[in-house]
Design a protein around this ligand. Structure first.
Ligand code: KIV
Ligand code: ZN
Length: 524
């Protein structure tokens, strides 16, 4: 197979990205980011603008010393002072790039630089040559390139290459261009600049119209072989082309864009989280590739399709960008298929169709009321459905007598129907409830932890109906029993027996819980 064309990935998260209002990063943070970027396989890392501040100088210098594979780069205006400062910051690295730029659009030349096109032209020769004498890796950018006269751009690009630039970068500085127009710019340069084969063409697209990634890819399809981009698309105003998006687009649509990048895409999620944490810029939930919902499905139709074949609704795997797995979020749009799948993942194997149907009905009602459905909610629904399904409970309270009051130890006498057999016991305890629970243990020996015993009065007055809740735990599995009665002690016995009946069913019907799940349940 023929070797694919390489598209170089030039990251400017720490230069253009840091120019986003409020996104400044400390030296330590920049070093931490650089290490991850190096591992990610970024070809060139623009680490800062050394003349801008002593902090920027120090950062570029420190980063240039820690990079193992990526080439460090610094930015410089057309000024010998800027270029010298850049060189001083980078000179310890075995290889480094100086990136120098000047505006070439009529608007910028006149109003920003107060220079004529001829003066700008002369400046290119002078400054690119100056930088070229310090390193053989010089990149030249025509700022506001997409609003530059095309004939003038061809002349300046030819001169920059003649003066020693090996990379020619075409910035869409204000995010004004559209893909067809950007294609034309790159094609024109390739057709009209005589020495264009001596340089690599690069894109640097801003996202003011939301077209930064589309424009960068249009540039590559037209012949550019370097993309300037940032993690999470951060950068001036609406940001730059997002690195993770251009890389995954090339990888996923390699049929249309048969190029390769050196990016280890499984580290994209890690890099995104790091940049977000450092800058404090949250990643929007629906952000392509690295957003929280990028691999989450809630609609029933989609979840059903995903469970049958992932390719139905997934064009790339979450693993390919370093996300552990697709999440099927349980919500009001989820269908039976996903619900069943969720039950299996929670350890409920072999449930009858009746139980699943009953629990699914309750789940839909709950999902209409509740925004987030947690695993615990589903466990509670299924437990209830299991008990309803098991019309013949194993243990039924037949009679209860309690002797309470001062002086004597409290005593309970109880009759239980266990699997159709009547059994009786009498126990004393530390209070009437303790005596009742001891009777149940005596008649149906078991070993569970009592996690919760709670009494609520449902109505007012001395004849109030009491509702008792009991939660028990056995080997990491918990069940909750509830019962109501005007006699609090009868409600207590029935609540405990309800929890125990559920536990007996749960023991039979569910797989053993995994450690992680045990911890989660214990933490309720
Ligand atoms: O957007 C831009 O024009 C730039 C240049 C300095 C490359 O960031
Ligand atoms: Zn920029």
């Amino acid at each position: 197979m023929a070797k694919k064309d390489k598209v170089f990935i030039f990251d400017t998260t720490m230069r253009d990205g840091e120019q986003s209002p409020g996104a400044s990063m400390s030296l330590e943070e920049k070093i931490q980011i650089s290490r991850v970027f190096d591992e990610l396989g970024i070809d060139i890392i623009e680490a800062g603008f050394p003349i801008a501040s002593p902090g920027d100088f120090e950062a570029v210098s420190a980063i240039s010393k820690v990079l193992k594979k990526s080439i460090p780069c610094g930015l410089a205006r057309h000024s010998k002072k800027d270029i010298d400062r850049c060189y001083e910051a980078l000179k310890h690295a075995p290889r480094f790039r100086i990136h120098t730029f000047i505006s070439t659009s009529p608007l910028h030349m006149k109003h920003k630089l107060n220079k004529t096109p001829e003066q700008v032209y002369d400046s290119i020769k002078e400054h690119v040559t100056y930088a070229r004498n310090l390193t053989d890796d010089v990149e030249w950018s025509c700022e506001d390139g997409t609003r530059t006269d095309m004939d003038y751009m061809c002349k300046t690009v030819e001169l920059a290459i003649k003066s020693g630039a090996k990379t020619i970068n075409i910035p869409d500085t204000v995010g004004y261009t559209v893909p067809s127009e950007f294609t034309k710019i790159i094609e024109t340069l390739l057709n009209k600049v005589p020495n264009i084969d001596k340089a690599i063409l690069s894109t640097h697209c801003h996202n003011d119209l939301g077209l930064a990634v589309a424009n960068s890819l249009a540039g590559v399809q037209a012949g550019a072989r370097q993309i300037e981009c940032t993690i999470n698309g951060i950068g001036e105003r609406a940001g730059n082309a997002a690195l993770e998006e251009v890389v995954m687009a090339i990888r996923t649509r390699n049929d249309l864009m048969p190029y390769e990048t050196g990016i280890n895409t499984t580290l994209l999620s890690k890099a995104s989280k790091l940049v977000s944490n450092v800058t404090g810029f949250p990643v929007q939930y629906n952000k392509a590739i690295v957003g929280k919902n990028a691999f989450a499905h809630e609609s029933g139709i989609h979840q059903d399709g995903m469970l049958k074949n992932r390719n139905t609704y997934e064009i790339m795997t979450p693993e390919s960008v370093g996300v552990k797995q697709t999440s099927l979020v349980m919500g009001k749009h989820s269908g039976r298929h996903a619900f069943k799948d969720k039950l299996v993942s929670l350890g409920y194997a072999d449930l009858t169709d009746d139980v699943i149907e009953n629990a699914f009905g309750k789940f839909k009602i709950l999902a209409d009321k509740k925004k987030h459905i947690y695993d615990e909610d589903i466990i509670a629904l299924v437990d209830d459905s299991l008990v309803i399904d098991n019309k013949a409970n194993k243990i039924v309270l037949k009679s209860l007598k309690v002797f309470a009051g001062t002086g004597e130890p409290q005593k309970a006498e109880m009759k239980l129907d266990i699997d159709g057999q009547i059994k009786s016991a009498s126990e004393t305890g530390d209070g009437p409830v303790d005596a009742i629970f001891k009777c149940i243990k005596n008649l149906y020996p078991h070993d569970v932890n009592l996690q919760l015993y709670q009494v609520h009065a449902v109505t007012e007055g001395t004849d109030a109906q009491a509702t008792v809740s009991v939660r028990i735990e056995e080997n990491g599995k918990t069940t909750v029993g509830q019962a109501a009665d005007t006699d609090t002690l009868v409600a207590s016995a029935n609540a405990y027996i309800a929890a125990l009946n559920k536990m007996i069913i749960k023991r039979d019907k569910t797989a053993p819980m995994m450690e992680q799940e045990k911890e989660r349940v214990r933490g309720i």
